[in-house]
Design a binder for this molecule. Structure first.
Ligand SMILES: *Cc1c(COP(=O)(O)O)cnc(C)c1O
Length: 222
């Protein structure tokens, strides 16, 4: 049986260039909706609240790769450390320290992205380019041996001004290219940018990972 969610998944698969990973953002959506995408062959799902993600992970198949795309507080790291696949929203060095500690307790490495503040809005989290650059210059492998920094994440300003969105994504890609070239970061190869309203621009500008909620699962009530 083909459902609307399954159809959306297939459409994205067909549309996305090779090398761009689709993360289906299932926040607020029920288990049944996630299973529809899962049965269509999808395995990468994202949530923005640790508790919701942990509850869903417990009930769902174990081969799902869970992405934490929201802002994470230190006291929430512990409950996702055993299973989270990629943490997109690291916005403080202190968080790396906590993630490293909890990863070590679970005898694993946790992959993370540094979130950059690329939007105009004050409300969005993230490092400035300068802060992120200074952090990446440190010997992070020694400081945080159980953390792997895989790349960057950014959210553009919520606007209809396409050139503005494009410019913000272009800045993030430029930053990624610069540090990748300058520093020795062998596993640094993910650029997480693009949501339902701006993924086409993000892909144009070099995204390797898009985070799509509404266009797969439909509108959220809250
Ligand atoms: C909710 C959310 C998304 C998905 O947003 P849509 O507009 O529904 O595609 C992507 N990234 C983050 C960080 C989110 O919180």
């Amino acid at each position: 049986m083909s459902t609307l969610i399954a159809e959306n998944i297939h459409q994205f698969r067909n549309y996305l260039p090779k090398g761009v990973t689709l993360v289906a953002i299932s926040k607020t959506k029920p288990i049944e909706d996630i299973m529809e995408a899962y049965d269509a062959g999808h395995r990468d799902f994202g949530e923005n609240k640790v508790q919701e993600m942990a509850e869903k992970a417990e009930k769902l198949p174990k081969d799902i790769r869970w992405h934490m795309v929201g802002h994470v507080q230190d006291n929430k790291v512990k409950s996702m450390a055993p299973f989270v696949s990629l943490v997109h929203g690291v916005d403080k060095e202190k968080r790396l320290k906590t993630i490293n500690k909890e990863a070590a307790k679970n005898n694993r490495n946790i992959e993370c992205l540094l979130q950059l503040h690329i939007a105009e809005e004050e409300s969005k989290f993230g490092f400035s380019y300068k802060e992120a650059h200074q952090l990446l210059e440190k010997d992070l492998k020694t400081l945080y041996p159980n953390v792997v920094i895989r790349g960057v994440m950014g959210m553009a300003t919520l606007t209809d001004d396409e050139p503005k969105i494009r410019n913000e994504f272009r800045g993030l890609k430029g930053f990624f290219d610069t540090v990748k070239k300058e520093l020795d970061l062998p596993r640094f190869n993910i650029i997480s940018m693009g949501m339902s309203n701006d993924y086409k621009i993000a892909i144009d500008e070099g995204s390797t990972m898009v985070r799509i909620g509404t266009s797969i699962f439909g509108k959220r009530d809250n």
